[in-house]
Ligand binder design. Structure first.
Ligand code: FPP
Length: 239
């Protein structure tokens, strides 16, 4: 049984397997993403209900541009559809949305929807729902290093000022005061991090499941949390 008193504060999810879910059904890949979006809606709702404070999902990586134009535009169209259909519910359920990643180069239409979502949820105090979009962990760290170098060149900081805290603050997560995840879940049987939150996941528990993302349900989400709760977290120390 899940212990509702010990829900992880921050859960990160690599929502993998949409393509295979569609291929198994002889459907176009974008239909898999559509089913994945529905699964995501359910998990967002459930995470808020059980008291997860931060939920971060990997929606589009800096490497995903290598996919076909059809698939890439399909994913962004889904994002627009998601905002159109869900923004009211997100507001009603007090969810605050943030974006991790460089979304400055996305289409005007996508940027407009994202800005609207951020603006209308910014004062919400419930679940913090972070969408990693055009996100890559190495890219994020290089940007942090650059901003530190710039400040050093301007004499605002010295090498001695650079520590883990300062570096963390310059990541997308740090800029938005999002703590490190306690638990990272990856679906579809792949056992890797794929350039997702490499710095922030230093001490996270990892849970992998063979379930393809569109088939991942709130029940299985609770199972993943149960596995998390059975782990012994020592953060490098001893008991
Ligand atoms: C990975 O599956 C999934 C993605 C690259 C996209 C994730 C997008 C969604 C869940 C829906 C859209 C939601 C938003 C907010 C845009 P994959 O395609 O790599 O699956 P495969 O490994 O089976 O090919």
């Amino acid at each position: 049984m899940i212990d509702y008193e010990r829900i992880p504060a921050h859960v990160a999810i690599i929502m993998d397997g949409n393509g295979r879910w569609a291929e198994k059904r002889k459907l176009p890949r974008v239909m898999g993403h559509n089913a994945g979006m529905k699964a995501m809606k359910e998990i967002v709702r459930h995470a808020g209900e059980i008291g997860v404070e931060y939920l971060t999902v990997y929606a589009f990586s800096t490497e995903n541009w290598k996919r076909s134009e059809e698939e890439v535009s399909g994913i962004f169209n889904l994002l627009i559809k998601y905002v159109d259909s869900e923004l009211k519910e997100l507001c009603d359920s007090n969810v605050k949305v943030s974006i991790l990643g460089d979304w400055s180069g996305l289409s005007d239409k996508v940027k407009e929807k994202l800005q609207m979502t951020l603006d209308s949820t910014k004062n919400n105090t419930g679940l913090k729902f972070n969408i990693a979009l055009n996100y890559g962990s190495r890219d994020e760290m290089v940007r942090a290093a650059k901003s530190i170098a710039e400040d050093a060149a301007l004499g605002k900081i010295t090498a001695d000022d650079v520590d883990e805290k300062l570096f963390s603050k310059r990541l997308y997560t740090g800029q938005q005061e999002i703590p490190d995840p306690d638990l990272v879940i990856r679906t579809s049987g792949e056992i890797r991090l794929s350039n997702f939150l490499l710095w922030q996941l230093a001490y996270a528990e990892m849970v992998f499941t063979d379930t393809l993302w569109p088939d991942y349900t709130p029940e299985e989400f609770e199972k993943s949390i149960e596995i998390f709760q059975s782990r012994d977290r020592r953060f490098g120390g001893r008991k």
